[in-house]
Design a protein around this ligand. Structure first.
Ligand code: 2RA
Length: 333
């Protein structure tokens, strides 16, 4: 496979390269793409150095697959150009996620919807991926009515600038080029992405809208509060979910244990519950603190943690590419 990684010098791009190598994706030629100021730099992939190339050079090479993680405006403009030359684009930005003509895919849930006609495939938002992966088998069994979710998100979701800000503040310095409008170390910001006219942030509305699209059910009600915390390892979520049908807790445990990509970490007697430090570097979505909401019927509380750069971004994208290879849906397959 000829593979282009667009946004190769970013945090997610770096993780994409790591995950492609770890999962032995059949890369025959690699085109790491970044902005003009990075062209000519080298990146390492499986012990070999590759020059960072321009968008035009990658496009001219007509890769079989291009994994984009370079922001919405780049994707909006460039993904159709790659699709036109026959490349399958897997896009990690929000540009195409809610486009009704594009699939929004978490492979364990809806990869079966992919067809040879899908040339631009959207990778969902990190905080949505981990939530729907934890909930989709429960939805099939008990029918979700409403989700109330609060997130505790790692600064890696913002990118290198935010990691630098956190580390500078932790070292007692002021960040030269801060990513956030406030200090993040020793602080908590109820603000991720921009505010919308309805008072919610874009991140919160992504959780509302993407959940319905991935689970294929517009009746699911979702309300979200997305919060940035001074953590590096992964995103955490407190999820309160109300079902239409009654459930037994034993059945919930069984379904979660049987869910591909989910690991139940729930032994409070031993102080075992998911934490970002533990999720860091793993592909699994960790689920714990599983308990009935005693304040209302048919309602469950969960605590869900995942490495947002891996299952929340790179791993999910590479899994989509693997699926396309397996089904012979990539041009070079
Ligand atoms: C964040 N959800 O954590 C974003 C990254 N896609 O800011």
């Amino acid at each position: 496979m000829k593979v282009a990684v667009v946004g190769a010098t970013g945090l997610v791009g770096g993780e994409m390269l790591k995950v492609l190598a770890e999962r032995h994706f059949p890369v025959t030629e690699l085109f790491p793409v970044a902005s003009a100021r990075s062209v000519g730099q080298e990146i390492e992939y499986q012990g070999k150095k590759y020059p960072v190339v321009s968008m035009e050079a990658a496009l001219a090479a007509r890769p079989d697959v291009a994994i984009f993680s370079a922001g919405g405006s780049v994707s909006k403009e460039q993904a159709p150009r790659f699709a036109e030359v026959g490349t399958v684009v897997i896009d990690n930005s929000s540009a195409w996620r809610m486009d009704p003509t594009k699939k929004l895919v978490v492979p364990e849930i809806n990869a079966n919807d992919l067809t040879p006609q899908d040339k631009i495939i959207a990778n969902p938002n990190c905080s949505t991926i981990q939530m729907v992966l934890a909930l989709h088998r429960l939805h099939a069994a008990f029918q979700i009515k409403r989700i109330v979710v609060s997130t505790y998100q790692s600064v890696t979701g913002t990118g290198k600038k935010a990691v630098d800000q956190l580390m500078a503040e932790r070292a007692g310095q002021t960040a030269a080029n801060p990513a956030y409008p406030h200090r993040i170390d020793l602080n908590v910001l109820p603000h991720i992405d921009v505010f919308e006219p309805n008072g919610y942030t874009k991140e919160e509305m992504k959780m509302v809208n993407e959940t319905k699209k991935i689970l294929g059910d517009d009746t699911i009600q979702v309300t979200a509060t997305a919060v940035r915390i001074p953590v590096l390892g992964g995103h955490s979520e407190a999820i309160n979910v109300e079902f239409a049908r009654e459930f037994e807790l034993e059945e919930v445990y069984r379904l979660l244990r049987e869910t591909d990509g989910v690991v139940v970490v729930d032994d409070v007697a031993q102080n075992r519950y998911p934490m970002p430090q533990e999720a860091h570097g793993q592909d699994a979505v960790l689920v714990g603190r599983i308990r009935r909401d005693e304040s209302q019927p048919r309602t469950l509380n969960l605590w869900v943690v995942a490495d947002n750069l891996r299952k929340g971004a790179a791993t999910n994208a590479v899994q989509i590419a693997e699926y396309m290879v397996r089904l012979g849906l990539l041009p070079g397959a």
